[in-house]
Ligand binder design. Structure first.
Ligand SMILES: [Zn+2]
Length: 562
């Protein structure tokens, strides 16, 4: 099915929808729009980056974009009107790679520090959570922040200050995949004193300091009791509100277990789903387990059927990894010939079955190792039109880009330095200022989009990503990247280009007739606000499929307000 690319039908559907509207409009029997937004600055992010004044929506699609006058003529007696009062409007923002289904499980239970730039405030979050839960309950978060983002004191959290914030609760707060910090009760509950592990930090007398490092994180975090399954729906509902609140309307999802997708399917049936989940599928297994396991995984890949879903939930690509993954904080530099042979065998299956692929890759050696294999695969099964991409791309080089372009590959770029910029500098030195090499990627002309990889390793606010891309700064204000791009380039990567990465370019990513009406009204103009304020931009209204799903005026219960 290499020549039968299923995502094409979505563009086709949009074209048909537009033609139907245009034809009825010409016949003077045009059905009036349900909704008109006018008197605004509509940043369409179409191919010309056109700016319009007004947009008309019927059912879940955009039917017209133009001047106030042109759009006003379309109104009928029942058309709802929103006067934008000059405000800027963007297409719904798309995160091309996020771990949101995993994140939803603990979304409301965690004491998160996303985008918190004050240590005092972080400790206040711990204190508030402890008070709300009562003595003895775990106060925890599972990543998404670093102590480097605390402008008032960017140093590791101490056992003493966590004791002060929550004297009667065990506390565990995790700095992405670096390390975690516990108070006295947390150290006791984990039993650290009697454990003999090199990743437990100890003081000169041998007592645990409260800090642990990777690879101990997963093992320790798993000891914290998780919320029961019946709280998943409520937690996921709050997560989606929070995503809509920051202007996100779609994400490529790494990991969509059936238990979780069932919950979103049910929300959709009730007409309550306001976020689009475009899933990566993987056969699991892979590298280890010997030839039989490898053969089974290869067979499973052949049985995967993509594009069986709809505009809200669908399986759209293979990912995020075939057998191998690397780690920016523990860079190892070599793969065995056997590992690479196994990788190629499975990747060949993905190519043979015509599937798009996002392959996790962060450190230099990984790109060349995979490219060597892909060039071999490409001779037998050309991948040019399959939308194969490396996901993350922190240490992508100029040579890698040349080879990728030759193969027709794309770059799914992770904007992780807002949280991890300083630690990347400690681990990788000056090279970190070119990670990821945004300017070079943009200038190469390769198709590329932005993602966060939230929620364990990064924050999720797209305006923080856009601010980072334009200023090179991490949360807290330090410059951590020298390869900045323009705000137009950054926005295109987070909207129109990302619509290709979720295989929905006919439906999403720009404000154009025929596309789904996913729109975000902003409190200030993204194109003219001082660059340092881009991270502070707040949507006032978010619309998904023509429905207002977030309204800043209405009081919403969000994680941020807990
Ligand atoms: Zn990921």
């Amino acid at each position: 099915m290499i020549n039968d690319r299923p995502w094409k039908r979505f563009s086709f559907a949009a074209v048909v929808a537009f033609i139907c509207f245009a034809v009825t409009a010409l016949g003077q029997q045009r059905p009036a729009p349900d909704l008109i937004l006018s008197n605004g600055k509509i940043i369409t992010v179409d191919n010309r980056f056109a700016i319009a004044q007004a947009v008309a929506v019927r059912a879940d699609r955009i039917v017209a974009v133009g001047t106030n006058q042109e759009i006003a003529q379309l109104a009928g007696p029942n058309t709802r009107r929103i006067d934008l009062g000059g405000k800027a409007v963007l297409p719904g923002l798309i995160d091309a790679h996020a771990h949101l289904m995993r994140g939803a499980e603990t979304w409301t239970s965690e004491a998160r520090f996303d985008d918190v730039t004050s240590r005092k405030q972080a400790l206040e979050i711990v204190r508030t959570k402890a008070t709300a839960l009562g003595p003895g309950q775990w106060v925890y978060n599972l990543g998404g922040w670093s102590y480097d983002q605390f402008a008032d004191n960017p140093t590791p959290l101490t056992k003493q200050e966590l004791d002060q914030a929550a004297p009667n609760n065990p506390v565990y707060v995790q700095f992405s995949r670096c390390c975690a910090f516990m108070n006295t009760k947390g150290v006791e509950a984990m039993g650290l004193a009697s454990m003999n592990q090199p990743w437990i930090e100890r003081d000169s007398s041998g007592k645990p300091t409260g800090r642990i490092n990777d690879p101990g994180l997963g093992q320790m975090a798993n000891k914290i009791p998780r919320p029961s399954k019946d709280t998943y729906l409520a937690s996921a509902t709050t997560m989606i509100k929070d995503l809509n609140r920051v202007g996100l309307t779609t994400a490529g999802i790494s990991g969509c277990p059936k238990d979780d997708t069932d919950v979103y399917q049910e929300m959709k049936r009730k007409g309550e789903l306001s976020f689009r989940f475009m899933c990566m599928v993987s056969a699991g297994g892979g590298g280890g387990g010997g030839p039989d396991a490898l053969k089974r995984t290869a067979e499973q890949i052949g049985q995967i059927k993509l594009f069986q879903g709809d505009d809200y939930i669908d399986d759209v690509m293979y990912g995020e990894s075939i057998a191998l993954g690397d780690n920016m904080l523990a860079p190892h530099t070599s793969y065995t010939p056997e590992q690479m042979a196994n990788w190629r065998l499975l990747a060949t299956e993905v190519a043979k079955h015509g599937m798009p692929l996002q392959q996790h890759a962060t450190i230099s050696e990984t790109f060349s190792a995979f490219l060597d294999q892909i060039e071999i695969i490409n001779k037998e099964y050309p991948i040019r039109n399959l939308r194969w991409a490396f996901a993350h791309d922190d240490q992508l080089s100029a040579d890698d880009l040349v080879r990728m372009k030759k193969l027709g590959m794309w770059a799914a770029v992770r904007a992780i330095p807002p949280v991890m910029g300083a630690i990347f500098n400690r681990v990788h030195g000056d090279r970190s200022y070119d990670m990821p090499p945004l300017r070079m990627i943009q200038d190469s002309g390769i198709m590329w989009g932005f993602h966060t990889d939230t929620n364990e390793v990064n924050q999720y606010n797209p305006f923080v990503t856009l601010w980072f891309a334009v200023t090179g700064k991490m949360l807290g204000g330090r410059v951590v990247n020298h390869q900045t791009i323009t705000r137009e380039e950054a926005l295109i990567a987070h909207t129109r280009s990302n619509s290709f990465f979720v295989m929905r370019e006919g439906d999403l990513g720009s404000i154009q007739p025929g596309k789904l009406a996913d729109l975000v009204v902003l409190d200030r103009d993204y194109l003219t606000v001082p660059a340092d304020q881009i991270k502070d931009i707040k949507p006032v209204t978010t619309i998904v499929g023509g429905k207002v799903v977030y309204d800043a005026q209405a009081k919403e219960i969000s994680r941020a307000s807990r």
